[in-house]
Design a protein around this ligand. Structure first.
Ligand SMILES: Nc1ncnc2c1ncn2[C@@H]1O[C@H](COP(=O)(O)OP(=O)(O)OP(=O)(O)O)[C@@H](O)[C@H]1O
Length: 864
């Protein structure tokens, strides 16, 4: 009280001494004054249009305290920014600006359109967040003014990250900000979206609101930001983005950022840019990738990749590793088998077919993790700022150099260092891709895997896992076909050649006793052989040359489809029942890897090619069809999901409940802790007593039974043990021969079992198809009945019903309608059980398989 009286006194004195009574400025008047000062400063110090602010020498230190400036300053505090933004930047400990920030913020704050390009992890996010917030601040944007800025990103996770950055840097302002991404509650968003000032969104979800949310209005938009602009502007998002742009005012500021920026005039025309400033701060740089990024490649046979990855993961138990694959199915499969083989480090996976809640959970978990392996598709390749990633491993060669740059950019961010390793297939990939990287100024060196660090082949363990679990086996088949398809569809035929792949050997490495018949491979090789035969016959080199050219054209058409989409059609191509037509096995989906909103438009988008559209035909198959529209294909995702969930009672697959996740995380953490302890204490072995003893004790190995009691190493083999034990004593050659015979026998048995499984699967699918037909007929009759009553049926309905899943098309919807989903699943479960597809219950079989596995392991160990 006393203090405030004193203050009042002082104020009065001051105003009296000035000779007139002046009331203290109100909050709004103060804001007006600040805004006027900022505008004056911006106007006076803005850079010349077309100039690069980085080229302007730093201001003299004597100038710094007198006024703010847009150019020649290196610190945020010297920029003409609102007190709210300044405070937040201080709180976030952002002091010095990065090169891209110094280059683009001055132009962006002058109200110009900007195309910013800089290496990954160089701070592009702040380069657009700060100017956008400041523009709205200076315009005194308020609640009733509606949407003032829109930030579009190609993936949900990136939108989440931008949202968080806006909340951090704009937290002291009074703006409202919303995150609009697929998988969230649409109704909630609808109620709130009209009152929002800033929107962080994926293109599909934004368009969905534009189309469906009453009164949603963006006509007052001031700033449009496209992060990863080249990706958003490419074919996959074309129609969605064009539709979004049609709803936005042309008089706006547009900011485009990416590490691999587009310069295409056509793109710029689509965005109606006005004299854009193109600022590529690292264009002159010696390298296109971050300076502290160490890049390596190694070559190996394609069938050795899984075991190479396994060896890598096993030998890096204390690292944070991000592993990229080209398709969701591969991610699921590798995650699942590695998880079951317990490498001693927590494992996680992320891909576009996961439910949003789980995706978010995995994303945040990996952000906070210390040592973990995250298996991912390219959904995690762009923009994501996972802290402290030690390694980025690319198990599949990316489709182009740009994708490579974004993937490796998940490590060595800002000032951190990191390592990246790419596994290239022996053949064209290994010879051509490193050349492409070099041409793109990417410093990469070849390394050989340390032979000592190589663990023994794991394919027998994988086979063992698959033989016990049909779900896993089908997942393996799908993963394999997805991989083959992704190679087949790649545009650059100098790098990717599916005919180089030894499918039989690859299948073995995927744990499959038999290689699945892949139709597109058969067609491709028949065509190749035919051409070769003709060429040999005619000896006409010219004809050969021209055909090669036209082949390339064909390929171009196909390969416009991103490799991620290989998941979508993989089962169309796979004939698990020995080459016969089987539409129920075609559980494909056009889910967009990067953005799969409940709106189907994006999914459809991803199926499009420059020359045509992958069109679902009456039989449920996709065909390349010029100029058509693609139907809703997502329904099939449900087939797959249900298919995988059928036997969840017995065991868990990747998309499981959170409790299971927690259990697994605890188990994996415990395991990794054990390994760490082991690494710390030196080499330890399990002693006779079951306790851990040092190597010096030279104890023999013991084997634990299922119930945890210890047994002698060969005891588990039963009768065979005697033979093996004797052989051991007698001579190693006999033992080796015995192992070979045994392995052959096991392989034969697995093959036979596999054929039987296929037969059962075929029967199940046939039954499903029959049921679907009955349902279709029922629906037709109903529709006919309704038609009579005046309701109009459409051809589209037919297509929807083709799957028999009532048009439900998205995991997200499943989230929203849990009861429908559950009811549906129980039907599937009983179907499968009826068709004899349940987990093999023959305990003898299982016992035998366990013994086989143990035998293999023990004998392999013995023989080294
Ligand atoms: N001026 C700065 N001072 C300190 N840290 C910064 C600054 N600018 C950005 N960062 C930090 O650098 C990291 C990378 O920033 P950001 O994600 O914006 O990079 P990017 O260029 O957008 O990368 P990408 O091309 O992968 O999208 C973030 O963790 C961010 O907090």
């Amino acid at each position: 009280m006393t203090q405030s009286n004193d203050r009042k006194k002082k104020k009065t004195t001051r105003t009296q001494s000035e000779g007139r009574v002046k009331r203290p400025l109100g909050k709004l008047a103060m804001q007006d004054q600040t805004i006027r000062a900022l505008e004056r400063c911006i106007e006076e110090t803005k850079p010349e249009s077309g100039s690069n602010p980085l080229a302007i020498p730093p201001r003299k230190s004597s100038d710094k305290n007198t006024s703010h400036s847009l150019t020649g300053v290196r610190k945020f505090t010297h920029l003409p920014l609102s007190p709210e933004t300044q405070k937040a930047l201080r709180e976030c400990k952002y002091k010095e600006m990065t090169a891209i920030q110094r280059a683009t913020i001055p132009h962006a704050m002058s109200g110009r359109d900007v195309l910013g390009a800089a290496k990954t992890g160089s701070g592009k996010t702040l380069s657009y967040v700060v100017p956008s917030l400041e523009r709205l601040y200076r315009m005194k944007w308020g609640k009733d003014d509606g949407v003032g800025a829109i930030f579009i990103s190609p993936t949900r996770e990136l939108a989440m990250q931008i949202f968080q950055e806006i909340v951090k840097v704009g937290g002291n302002h009074t703006f409202s900000v919303a995150l609009l991404i697929g998988g969230k509650d649409l109704e909630k968003e609808r109620n709130a979206v009209n009152a929002m000032n800033l929107l962080c969104c994926t293109p599909g979800r934004l368009l969905q609101h534009m189309d469906e949310t009453p009164m949603f209005d963006c006509t007052g938009l001031q700033v449009l930001v496209l992060d990863e602009a080249d990706r958003i502007l490419d074919l996959g998002f074309k129609e969605t983005l064009d539709a979004v742009l049609a709803n936005l005012p042309k008089t706006r500021q547009t900011l485009l950022f990416s590490a691999t920026q587009t310069k295409k005039v056509s793109d710029l025309a689509r965005l109606s840019l006005k004299d854009p400033e193109f600022l590529s701060v690292h264009a002159e740089s010696v390298n296109a990738t971050p300076p502290k990024l160490q890049q390596m490649y190694t070559t190996c046979k394609v069938e050795k990749k899984i075991e190479t990855l396994w060896a890598f993961v096993k030998s890096h138990p204390t690292q944070k590793i991000l592993v990229f694959f080209s398709s969701c199915k591969q991610v699921k499969f590798i995650h699942e088998i590695f998880r079951r083989m317990r490498p001693g480090i927590p494992l996680a996976c992320i891909h576009g077919r996961m439910k949003q809640t789980r995706r978010e959970h995995v994303f945040y978990q990996f952000c906070n993790a210390r040592e973990t392996v995250l298996f991912a598709t390219d959904v995690a390749s762009r923009g994501l700022d996972f802290p402290a990633v030690d390694w980025v491993i690319q198990c599949d060669c990316p489709e182009d150099v740009q994708t490579y740059i974004h993937r490796v950019g998940r490590t060595a961010r800002y000032t951190a260092s990191g390592k990246a390793l790419i596994l290239l297939n022996e053949g064209k990939e290994a010879t051509t891709f490193p050349e492409l990287l070099e041409q793109a100024k990417i410093p990469i060196k070849s390394i050989k895997m340390n032979p000592k660090s190589r663990v023994k082949g794991i394919s027998s363990s994988v086979q063992g896992l698959l033989s016990k679990d049909n779900d896993l086996k089908y997942l393996s088949q799908r993963a394999l076909v997805c991989y083959l398809r992704s190679v087949f569809l790649q545009k650059n035929k100098d790098v990717f050649d599916v005919s180089e792949i030894d499918v039989e050997a690859l299948s073995q490495s995927f744990g499959l006793p038999n290689a699945p018949k892949v139709k597109f491979l058969n067609a491709a090789s028949t065509k190749k052989e035919k051409n070769k035969a003709n060429d040999d016959k005619n000896g006409n080199k010219e004809a050969k040359k021209s055909r090669e050219l036209s082949d390339d054209d064909d390929n171009d058409d196909d390969s416009e489809i991103s490799s991620e989409r290989s998941d979508d059609e993989e089962e169309e191509e796979m004939d698990s029942s020995g080459g016969e037509e089987d539409d129920a096995s075609s559980s494909s989906s056009s889910e967009s890897e990067e953005e799969d909103n409940s709106s189907d438009s994006d999914s459809d988008e991803r199926m499009k090619t420059s020359a045509g559209v992958l069109k679902r035909t009456g039989g449920g198959r996709f065909k390349l069809k010029a100029g058509g529209d693609s139907d809703d294909d997502d329904d099939d995702a449900n087939i797959e999901d249900d298919f995988l969930q059928v036997r969840r009672k017995d065991h868990a697959l990747a998309d499981d409940t959170e409790e299971e996740e927690k259990e697994l995380a605890i188990a994996a953490n415990a395991e990794s802790e054990k390994i760490r302890q082991k690494a710390l204490k030196g080499k330890l072995r399990i002693g006779k007593s079951g306790s851990i003893a040092s190597v010096a004790g030279s104890e023999k190995r013991i084997v634990f039974k299922e119930d945890g009691t210890a047994s002698k190493p060969l005891e588990a083999l039963g009768e065979d043990a005697k033979f093996f034990a004797k052989s051991t004593a007698a001579n190693d050659d006999a033992l080796r021969e015995a192992v070979k015979m045994r392995m052959k026998k096991v392989a034969e048995e697995r093959k036979t079992a596999d054929y039987a499984d296929r037969g059962r699967e075929k029967a199940r699918l046939r039954e499903m198809r029959a049921k679907r037909k009955v349902k279709d007929v029922g629906k037709e009759e109903t529709r006919a009945f309704l038609d009579v009553g005046g309701s109009s049926g459409s051809d589209d309905d037919d297509n929807d019903d083709e799957d028999g899943f009532g048009g439900r098309s998205d995991d997200d919807e499943e989230d929203e309608k849990p009861f429908d989903a559950r009811a549906f699943k129980s039907v599937k479960r009983s179907d499968a059980a009826h068709a004899g597809m349940g987990r093999r219950t023959n305990s003898d079989d299982e016992e035998e398989e366990n013994i086989e596995e143990k035998a293999m392991r023990l004998l392999n160990e013995k023989l080294g």
